[in-house]
Design a protein around this ligand. Structure first.
Ligand SMILES: Nc1ncnc2c1ncn2[C@@H]1O[C@H](COP(=O)(O)OP(=O)(O)OP(=O)(O)O)[C@@H](O)[C@H]1O
Ligand SMILES: [Mg+2]
Length: 602
């Protein structure tokens, strides 16, 4: 069903060896063992529930032939006996279907929960490489929708498969004992229906795929209009936007009606054939009964047995489709899970870094983003413990890439990055994350209050520790000036704070985490002068006594650093204290001049 494949471009993920349907199911059951735990019992219960269902037509035959039309006239005690049996059958069916449903739902929910947890955790590891939110987002939606198709099948389809095929088999068995001829008539009617419905189902499935695509397009148009409301108003393109939404809504409506019509036609065709079969059975059965080849009770039983065919045949094709989708979804999720993480935690074998000032070394480090050209070329860089380094350079020169390599969000294509003489690849994640902290260019704020956002730096920190952090960074005054102080909500992604204020929160968070190596990617956006002073002071306190590497976009940061490293087109072209580089008249001097000019005019 899932022709809608927004991920076709991420061909590198999950594009390994294609598993067969059977291998896929086996691997899926391996990942979620809960799915097959107790499956045999569930199947037994399923058979029991169909047995009860087939029992009813059988009881009708016996009641009529022995109880009402018996040789010795009507026999009330016989009727009562068979009614009792029917009652027992109905109760058994009800209880066992309840148990089957319960078992299937609990097994599949816990099995799929395991699958979701593992898949999302793996995506998290995978996405460390490029830190591309977009890719991460589409992988998440892929896993979400794929797991949904699996769950639809294992909960509903799987059950129906057992129940329906059991029902058809048992009903056929009973029919054969009554009259092979009439049983043949029933099959002759239903086989063409199966193929007819299969055709219809294909049409219906494709139609609903188109509906889903339209839903996607519609939601896209609507959310773009909501998110981009400011831009839309600014450029006066409300009408064009509204027209786009109207068109998307209309296209969706048309496809939805079309799909529903096809579904109704398919359903009605099933009903029609089943009615027709009943009529044929009635005619042929009556003729056979008149000739004495069939009892009246058996004819009645046949009429009920025909009904047991209708639902399963209509559902069978749907279940087959669902099964194909489930296998395809499973295959894709397994594909993602079998893609090795780019950055692997050495775990137990890894090195635990001792606390204390860190020294850093880049040894002939080159880096290329997947499928791209080298953006860093043979970078060699030594950074002494406790030194404050500012990294400057044009936009796109490779500064953030340097920062990501240093915090091991990705590994170098060539060369090594060493901390305290240890290759980053050999450092345990737990140790690395505790000792090395990255303050990213656009730090993420969660939709919570200020206090909780800062506390993400060290989740076990108390309120007082957060307060102390703010005092030490000279930010207490700023917080007190906010409407609700620390309880002020930052809004989604921190949208109720200014860019500079968001940076302050990120700094406080990093200070609370208390790392030994701090990698700080300064926000590019301009900050108003009063905040600028505050930011500078906070940064000063944050970097004091630690090794820090700040990607500087502001003159004051570069001036305050012990040394400035100048990156140009993936190469380190200059290094030295601010004063020296300014007088040297190279790349930095030019950059400094343009910054100074900006400051003078801004
Ligand atoms: N996720 C990515 N995938 C592919 N290429 C990337 C990715 N991120 C960055 N690049 C490319 O790598 C090069 C260096 O980018 P980087 O982000 O390191 O620059 P930067 O110096 O931090 O720039 P800025 O000052 O604008 O932040 C650029 O050419 C950029 O296009
Ligand atoms: Mg950058």
């Amino acid at each position: 069903m899932s022709r809608f494949e927004p991920l076709a471009d991420h061909s590198s993920i999950g594009a390994g060896v294609e598993l067969s349907a059977w291998q896929t199911i086996r691997r899926g059951a391996q990942i979620s063992p809960e799915l097959i735990r107790g499956l045999a019992g569930t199947v037994m219960l399923g058979v029991l529930s169909t047995l009860g269902r087939v029992l009813v037509p059988f009881v009708i035959q016996r009641t009529v032939d022995e109880g009402i039309l018996g040789a010795a006239g009507p026999d009330a005690s016989r009727v009562a006996l068979w009614v009792g049996v029917a009652l027992a059958g109905v109760v058994v069916t009800a209880l066992s279907s309840y148990a089957v449903n319960l078992r299937l739902f609990t097994a599949s929910e816990s099995g799929l929960a395991t699958l979701r947890v593992q898949a999302f955790r793996h995506i998290h590891d995978l996405s460390m490489l490029t830190q591309s939110t977009e890719r991460r987002g589409s992988l998440v939606s892929r896993v979400t929708s794929d797991v949904d198709t699996i769950s639809m099948f294992v909960q509903f389809g799987g059950l129906m498969l057992v129940v329906s095929s059991g029902q058809i088999l048992l009903a056929t068995g009973l029919m054969l004992t009554y009259s092979p001829l009439l049983a043949g008539v029933v099959w002759a009617c239903f086989i063409p229906l199966f193929f007819l419905i299969r055709r219809f189902q294909g049409m219906v499935g494709r139609a609903f795929t188109r509906v889903r695509e339209r839903v996607g397009a519609m939601l896209g148009a609507i959310s773009e209009a909501v998110v981009g409301a400011a831009t839309i108003r600014a450029y006066g393109i409300e009408e064009r936007t509204a027209a786009r939404i109207d068109a998307a809504v209309e296209a969706h409506r048309r496809e939805a009606v079309g799909a529903q019509i096809r579904a109704v036609v398919a359903f009605t065709a099933g009903q029609f054939v089943s009615g027709l079969t009943t009529a044929v059975v009635l005619v042929v059965g009556t003729i056979l009964a008149a000739r004495g080849e069939l009892t009246v009770g058996a004819v009645l039983a046949f009429l009920f047995l025909v009904n047991l065919f209708t639902m399963p045949v209509q559902q069978a094709t749907e279940i087959l489709n669902e099964m194909q989708n489930a296998v395809a979804g499973w295959r894709r999720v397994i594909g993602i899970m079998d893609t090795p993480a780019d950055v692997a935690d050495p775990g137990e074998r890894g090195v635990e870094l001792p606390r204390g000032p860190i020294d850093v070394a880049f040894e002939k480090v080159s880096y290329a983003y997947p499928g791209g050209e080298l953006v860093l070329h043979d970078v060699d860089l030594q950074i002494a413990p406790r030194s404050r380094i500012a990294v400057v350079g044009e936009t796109g020169s490779g500064k953030s890439t340097l920062a990501k390599l240093l915090t091991r969000l990705m590994d170098p294509t060539h060369g090594r990055v060493l901390v305290d003489g240890v290759d980053l690849r050999e450092v345990r994640f737990s140790s690395l994350r505790a000792r090395v902290v990255l303050v990213p260019q656009e730090g993420f704020l969660f939709d919570a209050n200020l206090l909780d956002n800062i506390r993400f730096g060290r989740p076990e920190a108390s309120d007082d520790e957060v307060m102390l952090t703010l005092t030490e960074l000279g930010l207490d005054e700023w917080v007190q000036g906010l409407p609700l102080g620390l309880a002020t909500s930052v809004g989604q992604r921190g949208e109720s704070l200014s860019a500079g204020e968001r940076q302050l929160v990120a700094i406080a968070r990093a200070y609370l985490a208390d790392p030994d190596l701090l990698v700080l990617d300064e926000a590019t956006s301009a900050v108003d002068p009063s905040l600028e002073v505050r930011l500078q002071r906070a940064l000063d306190s944050l970097t004091r006594g630690r090794t820090s590497i700040t990607i500087a976009h502001r003159l004051s940061t570069a001036e305050a650093a012990d040394e400035v490293v100048v990156v140009d087109a993936g190469l380190i072209v200059e290094r030295g204290p601010h004063r020296e580089l300014v007088t040297a008249g190279g790349v930095y001097a030019a950059l400094h001049e343009s910054w100074a000019a900006q400051q003078a005019t801004g």
